[in-house]
Design a protein around this ligand. Structure first.
Ligand code: MLT
Length: 265
């Protein structure tokens, strides 16, 4: 087990591959590091790759104090992990919540980022009805566990195309969502309290790739286009027949876009 003691908890991570550049893959909610298995396999021959489980996920500790979970704290955990591993610079690749937390990571630890990939993410904070929905989901988990949300979330995360044609991807997504209640509760807490980061977009000055699944209903293509327009020199790739989990639903297209971006760095 590879764990690092960061900010008072044990954080699980995998550190594989080798190359001049290091990629930090940051998963979304409620998924864990294995979300990135398809990308690790495709890229580990040319890059060092670090895939952590955020606090609350997989092999990492899942502290009970749910109020303490913030995107800033996740970002601090990642920076402490990189310090522990002696890594100075990374290509930061975040999907969804992993993309949301790129913004505090850049604010607090921007010197560690040499390039950025924002996949199925957005810069805006939750609207009031979104905050209410997350609070209701937290209440549901506290009352009954994650079972009820497991009934509805996979459908929301995946495209209709995946839902109709790719039963193996549906099963894989469901398997990736098995994490302690505290992990779910903590991410809902962190996401619903996150600030708007739109103003930060124009100051991002590292090479940036914005990726979005064409059928993403959670962070739709319009949100990706807005980030692309505001981040100078950024590239935008829209992936057909993919929803919010574009890397899992259309790995060939996702990996192709990512490899092209990395090659150009
Ligand atoms: C994620 O994939 O991280 C979440 O679905 C994003 C969200 O709920 O806003």
């Amino acid at each position: 087990m590879a764990t690092a003691n960061v900010n008072g908890i044990n954080l699980y991570y995998e550190d594989t591959g080798s190359g001049d550049k290091t990629i930090l893959f940051v998963h979304g909610f409620p998924l864990g590091r294995k979300l990135w298995d398809g990308q690790v396999e495709a890229l580990e021959d040319g890059y060092r790759i670090i895939t952590p489980d955020l606090r609350g996920y997989g092999g990492s500790d899942a502290p009970d104090d749910i109020e303490s979970y913030t995107l800033e704290l996740y970002a601090d955990d990642l920076a402490a992990l990189l310090a522990e591993l002696g890594v100075d610079k990374v290509v930061y690749v975040g999907l969804s919540m992993g993309g949301y937390l790129a913004f505090p990571f850049l604010r607090k630890h921007g010197d560690k980022v040499e390039a950025l990939v924002l996949a199925d993410a957005r810069a805006e904070a939750d609207p009031p009805e979104g905050v209410e929905k997350r609070s209701a989901q937290q209440a549901q988990i506290r009352a009954d566990g994650i079972g009820g949300l497991m009934e509805v979330l996979p459908k929301a995360l995946l495209s209709q195309t995946t839902w109709d044609q790719k039963p193996d991807v549906i099963e894989r997504a469901k398997a990736l969502m098995q994490h302690p209640d505290n992990g779910w509760l903590g991410s809902l807490q962190a996401m619903k309290t996150r600030p708007d980061s739109t103003d930060q977009l124009t100051s991002i000055d590292v090479p940036t790739l914005v990726i979005v699944g064409e059928e993403d209903g959670i962070t739709p293509p319009d949100a990706a286009r807005k980030m692309h327009e505001l981040i100078g020199g950024s590239q935008l790739v829209v992936i057909p027949e993919a929803g919010h989990l574009s890397n899992l639903e259309a790995p060939e297209a996702f990996n192709g876009a990512l490899a092209g971006f990395l090659n150009d760095l």
